[in-house]
Design a protein around this ligand. Sequence first.
Ligand code: SAM
Length: 248
Amino acid sequence: APGLTLVSTPIGNARDITLRALDVLAAADVLVAEDTRSLKRLMEIHGIGLGSRPCLSYHEHNGAKMRPRIMAELEAGRSVVYCSEAGTPLISDPGFDLVRAAREAGHAVTAAPGASAAVTGLTLSGLPSDRFLFAGFLPNAKGARDKALAELREVPATLIFYESPKRLGATLAAAARVLGDRPATMARELTKRFEEVRTGTLESLAAEYAGAPPKGEVVLLVGRGRSADVSEEEIDQALDEALEEMSV
Ligand code: SAM
């Protein structure tokens, strides 16, 4: 069908792609990818030929230049697929301005949904999943990072971050300092051979990874602050205990 389809690709295991996504990739008139090489490799794994179809690159640095070209394909009534390098497009990946432009021009926009590291990490973390805030990558600069963390302090939800392994230790330490010592989970290499999920607190994980960065790709998940986590009964019990101590 004419229009733009956002196709989710695997976050590691090449088989984590839906049957529908493969159908859409096989049928599209025009393929657009953040990384054309990884899309071609994925299609090859699944036996989908490119044929004579155009495979255009669309990424952070050429988006403004490429958008008119892609819009022209949509104007011409073609079916266009967009994939980011891994996982769900637009999730800490480019594409939202393409979606906006396509919508504003009245084209059909739909998705073939699939894997995302944020949701996979959340489901494995053991942290409350009823409310979560996806915070993407923190800024690199320390001041900006700490400010971004401080803005999240009062958010009553599990926080999800993407982080590079080499910054993980410093980020954990900063998060412990700014957010307080909260339950936390480090989820690494999800769906891949060396998948690992470590639970602890921000301080315990900070100690574990200080100067010892893990290998691969990392999602960091942080439980909500204590006030939101403590039940009324626990508060009553803590009050009783405190009163008892005072009367001794
Ligand atoms: N669009 C992707 C998604 O839906 O998850 C995310 C793209 S973002 C540029 C890449 C970051 O996602 C990595 O630095 C890492 O934090 C996280 N990530 C991607 N794949 C992962 C995996 N298999 N295990 C853990 N984290 C992963």
